[in-house]
Design a protein around this ligand. Structure first.
Ligand SMILES: *[C@@H]1O[C@H](CO)[C@@H](O)[C@H](O)[C@H]1NC(C)=O
Ligand SMILES: *[C@@H]1O[C@H](CO)[C@@H](O)[C@H](O)[C@H]1NC(C)=O
Ligand SMILES: *[C@@H]1O[C@H](CO)[C@@H](O)[C@H](O)[C@H]1NC(C)=O
Ligand SMILES: *[C@@H]1O[C@H](CO)[C@@H](O)[C@H](O)[C@H]1NC(C)=O
Length: 483
């Protein structure tokens, strides 16, 4: 007995990965992807009686957006591997969470949903259209129309009044982040416009993609070296708040994919090539650190310090997917991107342990051992990097000629779908909860955070000491951003 225990200890010290992966073998990649898809979906019970389709169980840290990202990955899983195990659950989730207005603004999420969250569900629907994923019943909302509905909703929220343009992080004025422009909301809107442009060939989407990219590139969200910063808080009187300077994998990733779709859509335009190359340069420099060999993807801002929050634990999975998109849409990038995907997938597989029928993975791929952390984000990121290695095996995404999803260019703003009830909800919230604003400010002030900022925003920004970078309707040229 003692001997057995000693042997078990030795076994766990000399950890052997539960996930064998040979990135040179399609069969091996598919097998590993299946184990990881199963392990990610073990977190989901929304298809069970009494549960809500499309939601991950609360368990303290519920993320509506991450559920959208999970189903996006399940659409991709089927596309990459052909395994339809999760197709029905995925279709059910994508339709159910579209909500009664068929635009991914379900009322239950009113207090948590931002533009970025909505975009992750739209991406899942867009991927379903691009890959010819089995369509919903004709009486239900259709994938392409859902993506168009979200596009229309977000285009209508474009805000020229602050910071010279861009989307706010949040669209509900009661949510934290209403007074902030951030990289992911704008990067996702740009990407959605680019994908709709490529898919539908409707020039309006390409114009929005150009406009959004240009705004980001002129703003302090992007450095001359194509580093992508997280956010810019603003006030009613200015846009000079201290920039949130942390770089996250998914921010640059959202732009990489958007630039790659535009590069392909424009038949390889030099401008999009330059941008895509610049973004890949910055990605290599920032997220594939030389100290770990230069080819392993690292969420450098939180993994080494072991303080990744719930959201951050899944970010690098999206960059993995979007790098694969770049390799597919812009073949000139393959020599650079494929080694990143291969080495990172191998490293991710190396930190997975557990029973082969219940694979669990650590978070830090750059360590040659399982760090013992557990989260659906760990499983989703591992799945994404592993299945991305199949990108050169799969057919390119379809378009309006080869696709089968029904679109509706007017969706979300009327058209064939029910008009949105968001404005009505907001009016109702204002009337029913007359004190909501005051209460929010008070509660947050008590917590010492944003509320105080709302009450005394002017002082805060002065103290922030960040150089005034915005004046009138244009960003200063040469203060640290492009053009
Ligand atoms: C909203 O919440 C209610 C109550 O939990 C639930 O019955 C309904 O299915 C939810 N709707 C969505 C779209 O999640
Ligand atoms: C666009 O993508 C397709 C599919 O991968 C590829 O064959 C084609 O070469 C790409 N176009 C350009 C200009 O790179
Ligand atoms: C990307 O990096 C390469 C190699 O350092 C360099 O030649 C190229 O000019 C860079 N591209 C951009 C757009 O910054
Ligand atoms: C192109 O897209 C725009 C924006 O959604 C829409 O208003 C217009 O009707 C579309 N045109 C066609 C021909 O579908």
């Amino acid at each position: 007995m003692k001997l057995l225990r000693a042997l078990l200890v030795v076994q766990s010290l000399h950890h052997v990965s539960a996930l064998t992966l040979d990135v040179g073998s399609t069969a091996s990649i598919k097998k590993a992807a299946k184990a990881l898809a199963d392990s990610a979906m073990r977190y989901y019970d929304g298809d069970k009686p009494g549960s809500t389709p499309g939601l991950l169980p609360a368990a303290g840290e519920f993320n509506w957006w991450e559920a959208g990202a999970l189903f996006g990955q399940m659409v991709e899983y089927w596309y990459y591997t052909g395994d339809s195990t999760y197709n029905d659950m995925t279709k059910q989730a994508l339709v159910f969470q579209a909500g009664p207005s068929a635009n991914y603004e379900p009322e239950n999420q009113t207090r948590t949903e931002g533009n970025d969250d909505q975009a992750f569900w739209a991406f899942a629907a867009m991927s379903a259209a691009e890959f010819n994923f089995p369509n919903p019943d004709p009486k239900e909302p259709q994938y392409l129309a859902l993506a168009q509905a979200v596009f229309n909703r977000q285009a209508s929220r474009w805000d020229d009044k602050h910071c010279g343009g861009g989307l706010r992080w949040q669209f509900n004025p009661l949510n934290n982040g209403w007074m902030e422009k951030n990289a992911i909301s704008n990067g996702c809107f740009f990407q959605l416009a680019a994908r709709l442009a490529r898919y539908t060939k409707n020039a309006t989407y390409a114009q929005w993609a150009d406009k959004t990219y240009n705004w980001i590139a002129h703003s302090p969200l992007m450095s001359p070296q194509y580093d992508i910063y997280d956010n810019i808080p603003f006030t009613e009187t200015g846009c000079d708040g201290p920039i949130g300077q942390i770089q996250w994998t998914y921010n640059v990733g959202s732009l990489i994919a958007g630039a790659a779709y535009m590069y392909n859509h424009t038949n390889g335009s030099p401008a999009w090539k330059e941008r895509l190359s610049g973004l890949l340069n910055s990605t290599g420099r920032v997220f594939f650190p030389q100290q770990y060999g230069g080819q392993i993807l690292v969420e450098y801002a939180c993994e080494p310090r072991e303080n990744c929050n719930k959201d951050q634990r899944s970010f690098k999975g999206y960059l993995a997917r979007w790098l694969a998109v770049a390799a597919q849409m812009a073949p000139y990038t393959r020599d650079r991107i494929m080694p990143w995907l291969q080495k990172s997938a191998q490293a991710a597989a190396n930190v997975c342990t557990g029973d082969p029928s219940n694979v669990v993975c650590g978070r830090k791929w750059y360590e040659a051992k399982d760090d013992g952390t557990r989260d659906i984000g760990n499983q989703m990121t591992a799945l994404s990097i592993v299945q991305s290695n199949l990108i050169l095996n799969v057919r390119p995404p379809s378009d309006v000629h080869s696709g089968s999803s029904t679109g509706d260019p007017g969706a979300g703003n009327g058209g064939l779908t029910k008009p949105t009830d968001w404005e009505a909800t907001r009016v109702m919230m204002k009337a029913d909860k007359a004190g909501a604003w005051i209460l929010t400010v008070f509660l947050l002030a008590a917590a010492g955070g944003w509320g105080w900022f709302l009450v005394s925003e002017g002082d805060e920004f002065e103290k922030g000491g960040f150089a005034r970078q915005y004046e009138g309707s244009r960003w200063h040229v040469g203060v640290g951003h492009r053009y």
